[in-house]
Design a protein around this ligand. Structure first.
Ligand code: DHB
Length: 389
């Protein structure tokens, strides 16, 4: 099989890249080891930055984000039993949208297939060869074990945190800068009305909780837990106790819990984002802890930079933008790494936190909510720094 751009991974990054390339007349093939149903039903994050929404809408990838998504003009930071609202429009002129990632994926997959594009599910990439030549190749196999080789002008690894493409770029499947955290999130989906109009990020002596939403009848909530926690061990009553005790001063509306998972926490940036004619984007290039909702948004920012660079390279033979891609992408990646680490460390309670640490943390939260500069920094990062050009 021969194409111009071979994209490994049909997540938000791979699919949007393929969609934008098609709009410029550049053909691509997208493969993913998962089935379409798995991709469209896996529960992931829910917050889209202002710029992410604009790209999805303006590129024709999703008009549903504006009709089925919900605009959120702020969040609540809660500590010592009191809520403090961060108002995004008055601080930054921007808002965010609550629109689940799997809905974005449904829209992108529908757009790709409607455009007659080559998108293959159940095809597992094994390795990438000849990265440093003008004809890099993806060696893959389908669900029956039949092998498939895709030869391209450029290969993009958009294959998530367990990327196989990474080895072709960094020389190892794990090569990167990383940090672990001594906690994780216990996530639930429940059948209940929203407990609050906006998301609540809550710090409490028992640890962190995030009260998020999905719709008028389904809510998403998370609380800080041990990384080794078994998602099936706690009873529903124990889960509600855990959540309620982490949002003092608020009463949650409870309902049947129909989904539970434990999300691991990690910060990671690959040592290299490009080698020859292979580049990494999205979680293959970097992972952020979920506090602050940067993951998918950062992937979209990578796509915009890489798409422009690929257009220059493949249409005009101009290598300047692809040469500059890693450095440009890394500027935003490290800002998002910092923001995600900062929100995480400011809101969670480390297992070994001393009394000093706890009091200092409340001082930090107060410094943010009581200062317009503090609230503005948080709001700028949360709603998303402007995309370049
Ligand atoms: C959600 C997840 C996040 O990590 C976050 O910061 C906000 C919302 C969510 O799943 O709704």
């Amino acid at each position: 099989l021969r194409t111009r751009v071979a994209i490994v991974g049909a997540g938000p990054a791979g699919l949007l890249l393929s969609h934008l390339l098609a709009a410029s007349g550049i053909e691509s093939v997208v493969i993913d080891s998962r089935t379409r149903d798995e991709i469209e039903s896996t529960i992931r994050a829910g917050i889209l930055e202002h710029g992410t929404v604009r790209v999805l809408d303006e590129s024709g990838a999703s008009d549903r984000v504006l009709t089925s998504g919900h605009r959120h003009d702020g969040i609540e930071l809660r500590f010592e039993g009191e809520g403090h609202r961060i108002d995004f429009p008055s601080l930054t002129g921007r808002s965010v949208w609550l629109y689940p990632q799997h809905e974005v994926l449904k829209d992108l997959i529908a757009a790709r297939l409607a455009g007659g594009q080559d998108l293959r599910f159940g095809v597992t990439a094994e390795r990438i060869e000849d990265a440093e030549t003008a004809r890099p190749r993806v060696v893959a196999s389908d669900a029956d074990g039949t092998s498939l080789e895709i030869e391209a002008d450029f290969v993009v690894g958009a294959d998530g945190s367990r990327s196989i493409a990474r080895a072709a770029v960094t020389g190892s499947s794990t090569g990167g800068y990383f940090r672990e955290y001594p906690f994780a999130w216990f996530g639930i989906l429940c059948e209940a009305p929203p407990s609050s109009e906006e998301l609540i990020y809550s710090n409490s002596p028992n640890g962190f909780a995030l009260i998020s939403q999905r719709s008028a009848t389904v809510q998403r909530m998370y609380f800080q837990c041990d990384p080794g926690a078994d998602p099936h061990a706690p009873s529903e009553a124990e889960l509600w106790d855990a959540l309620q005790s982490r949002v003092p001063g608020t009463t949650l509306k409870e309902g049947r819990i129909f989904q539970r998972d434990v999300l691991r926490f990690r910060s990671f940036v690959a040592h290299e984002l490009r080698r020859g004619r292979v580049a990494l984007i999205g979680d293959a290039a970097h992972t952020v802890p979920p506090t602050g909702a940067k993951g998918m948004n950062l992937a979209i920012a990578d796509v915009l930079l890489l798409e422009k660079a690929l257009r220059a390279l493949l249409e005009d033979g101009d290598e300047r933008a692809i040469d500059a891609f890693p450095e440009k992408a890394l500027r935003r990646i490290w800002k998002a790494q910092h923001f995600s680490w900062w929100m995480t460390s400011m809101l969670h309670v480390a297992p070994d936190a001393s009394d000093f640490d706890r009091r200092r943390q409340v001082g930090e939260l107060r410094s943010v909510v009581e200062s317009e500069a503090g609230r503005t920094y948080l709001a700028e990062a949360y709603t998303g720094w402007p995309f370049e050009d």
